[in-house]
Design a protein around this ligand. Sequence first.
Ligand SMILES: *Cc1c(COP(=O)(O)O)cnc(C)c1O
Length: 384
Amino acid sequence: MSSDSNVPAHLAQAILTIDLAAIVSNWRLLRDRVAPAQCAAVVKANAYGAGIAPVARALADAGCKTFFVAHVHEALALRRVLPREEYVIYTLNGIAGGREAAIALRDSLLRPVIGTFEELALWRSLSGTSANPALPMALQFSTGMNRLGFAPREAGDVTQVLATVAGPQPDFVMSHFVSSEIPDDPMNPAQIAAFAEIRSHFPALAGSLANSSGIFLPPEPYCDLVRPGYALYGGNPTPGLPNPMQPVVQLQAPVLQVRHVQPGETAGYNGVWTAKRPSRLAVIGVGYADGFLRSAGGPSDPGFAMIGGTACPIAGRVSMDLLILDATDAPEKAVHAGARAELLGAAITIDDLAERAGTIGYEILTGLGARYHRRYVSASGTTE
Ligand SMILES: *Cc1c(COP(=O)(O)O)cnc(C)c1O
């Protein structure tokens, strides 16, 4: 999200605070762990909801040189943020969009991750029309995901094309883990072996395999370049173990109204929450249209938010623009219109909320809404 599409703080209901210093320190932790392999940053989907421009600038200032996005238009936007050629930007989804998209990539010195013979031919065909005919690219192979990329058995044919048809050459080969967050999944060693076999066809090329969780796998499958996304934004790359990353996002929203209900009264759509005691409800200006998932509302094991240091469970269904908290146990003085509830932060992690909503933290992050005011802070204070 560019800063001009940021909802102004004084008009916004919820405030999403993004700690750029924490993102940088997460990146440094991964960088130091994988050295001498290089640590890139995956900033697709608006830097997982955190805001691509401020995040990319902060990481570039910290020394990150290689960035991955998914779409061509994301790469073009990132090139405007990081105009210098020393910042290398790849599109994970390749050249979706065909020739015009390829020309747009070429003209902004962006690099596709290529996974089909058609894309390979298209990209290399642009070389003759380019002032800068090197046109680097990466090659992707599927080692089990069966999503994007050449099949392993195609490796020989790819080398054949590269050797016999004059044109640009790739600068590295990559693949992607299926289950790296499950360290004892047998897919991990199978993919590491399959990737090594593929790389043997390209002895001169660098390799890249690990995403965030891959960086924490015991065989250290770092190759030459790692591609973390989730861990940069504070997600736990080692589910079930303590999170080695610093939290990055905090979501606060105002109490719009406080109401008192008697036992037997219900709250929210379909009356799925019923007061069992005289209760104090706090109505909060965040809903599923802001990416706060409806499934976080229970009815069993609902999500919660903090008011005045007390965990207040979500009462009933999350609505489009609002949710209701059972703030009966919060200190009375803390629960008033204008008070702030914390929906994500130190006490409520993205992994926590995701588990209660029946999803993964990635979906919580990438869903973070467009109606929030995004406030950027770093060690040197608010950077906005
Ligand atoms: C999104 C993505 C990544 C980053 O994955 P995380 O689990 O967020 O670290 C790396 N590589 C590919 C191919 C991806 O699609």
